[in-house]
Design a binder for this molecule. Structure first.
Ligand code: EPZ
Length: 417
């Protein structure tokens, strides 16, 4: 399996243009199944998760052409709605196809989604919402058999938790349902807004209200559209973590600094100097990092759970303790054990992780546990003394475009083996 060998000690600095957001591209690609005519998605990140989503579209009868950051999708006329297990198992976000497949083909047969090991990843909210819209969904030995007679029906739905994926599935399914769907306690992530932008470009009528309510007025059909995906706010935060931990001076362009409103103040609390415009962020890391007293992950606009692991790596070298509280996923500290192998001092207690800063980290042989946990190991290795071997970097390939190439250009000594 692919590995990174990283020689720590260099500063990460220079200039980089940010790639498109994985977590916006994936629901938009799923939604592109619904229109009867082609869509062209630009600024699409070149990632293994995007390849997996394109392969699912191909399995569903679509013609998909990937040309760098541009993906053209010609949807199928009809299809049985069956997605092969291996493709469903490749990533969590394959569940996002459920709403699109049911609403487009009237039937679907999928196995339970795979993805990162972040604790139980139930899909109860997805299923109950789609059932409320009239889908008949039977769970059968790890498969979901879904069908709907005629069209789905718009209705009022309240999510018990602002689930990003459940919000996206409902928005896509409701776009051509009969009548209006009102979704309460919807997720408010920028990726939700981006999906609404794509759906509306296709002729849907999606309105996002400030009270976390999404209203979708069902239309007869959608027509494909050209749409550009927003920048990746989590990859942005990750590269900034690399500059922060190495005392570098990094300028990121093509970002949306407004999407990091809960993240940038934490860098400043840790002693970093920030200069931001609407579409650029420059970070100068300090010689010695200060601790961030508390980092609590919350639904947007709170601190994003996906940035927790890279920030944990940075906190390992702060001059004091940082307390993390992971409120979104049950088990999202798997990277802690690997960071401890590099000399970090981390104590875990359920959803709480206490990171006691140490003067230095040392090299080790470590293994990626999941996508963002793997990114945390890269951030730590860039500042560790000696040569760190990071195994199973395929996890990282899911969410970071050309990471080793970009970091190499920014001063890292990194080799992919
Ligand atoms: C999306 O995952 C993102 N993935 C995740 O990013 C991100 O961490 C997460 O939202 C939270 O922001 C994509 O967009 C492809 P959720 P999703 O539904 O939709 C529970 C990354 O690293 N839940 O908001 O799966 C769930 O178990 C990935 O890029 C239910 O209980 O997240 C979790 O504890 C990781 N029942 C919480 O809600 C459900 O039916 C939040 O999950 C659905 C979710």
């Amino acid at each position: 399996m692919a590995k990174y060998r990283i020689e720590g000690g260099g500063r990460i600095g220079g200039e980089l243009h940010m790639h498109g957001a994985k977590n916006a591209a994936l629901p938009i690609l799923a939604a592109s199944l619904v229109p009867a005519t082609p869509s062209v998605i630009s600024n699409c990140p070149q990632l293994s998760d995007v390849d997996a989503a394109c392969n699912i579209l191909r399995c569903l009868g679509c013609t998909v052409i990937q040309q760098g950051p541009s993906v053209t999708i010609q949807p199928a006329a009809d299809h049985g709605g069956e997605i092969p297990d291996n493709l469903m198992g490749e990533m969590r976000s394959s569940i996002l196809f459920l709403g699109a497949v049911i609403t487009r083909f009237g039937r679907a047969r999928i196995s339970y989604p795979g993805g990162c090991e972040l604790g139980p990843r139930p899909i109860d909210m997805h299923i109950s919402a789609l059932r409320k819209m009239g889908a008949i969904i039977e769970e059968d030995h790890g498969y979901l058999d879904c069908r709907v007679d005629g069209r789905l029906t718009g209705c009022e739905i309240s999510l018990p938790f602002p689930s990003v994926g459940a919000t996206e599935n409902v928005m896509i399914a409701a776009s051509i349902a009969q009548g209006t769907t009102i979704l309460h306690n919807a997720a408010r992530e920028p990726e939700i807004v981006d999906l609404a932008g794509y759906l509306n470009a296709c002729g849907a009528k999606v309105t996002i209200h400030s009270d976390s309510t999404v209203v979708v007025e069902g239309v007869e059909s959608l027509t494909g559209a050209e749409y550009s995906v927003i920048p990746d706010r989590i990859a942005t935060a990750t590269y900034l973590c690399a500059a922060a931990i190495t005392g570098g001076d990094l300028l990121l362009r093509g970002v949306c600094s407004g999407h990091l409103a809960a993240v940038l103040p934490v860098f400043e609390e840790m002693g970093c100097q920030l200069t931001t415009t609407r579409h650029s962020i420059r970070l100068k890391g300090p010689e010695r990092l200060l601790p961030a007293a508390h980092i609590k992950t919350m639904p947007y606009p709170g601190f994003p759970t996906d940035a927790q692991a890279p920030f944990m790596a940075v906190a390992c070298l702060a001059d004091g303790n940082t307390i993390f509280v992971e409120n979104i996923f049950e088990s999202r500290y798997k990277q802690a054990g690997e960071l401890i192998k590099m000399g970090a001092k981390i104590r875990l207690e359920g959803r709480v992780a206490v990171v006691e800063g140490v003067p230095s980290l040392h090299s080790a042989s470590v293994r990626c546990t999941d996508l963002r946990g793997g990114a945390a190991l890269v951030v730590a290795a860039l500042a560790a003394e000696g040569s760190t071997l990071i195994q199973d970097v395929r996890h990282i390939d899911r969410g970071y475009e050309r990471l080793e190439e970009n970091l190499g250009r920014l001063g890292a000594r990194i080799i992919r083996e």
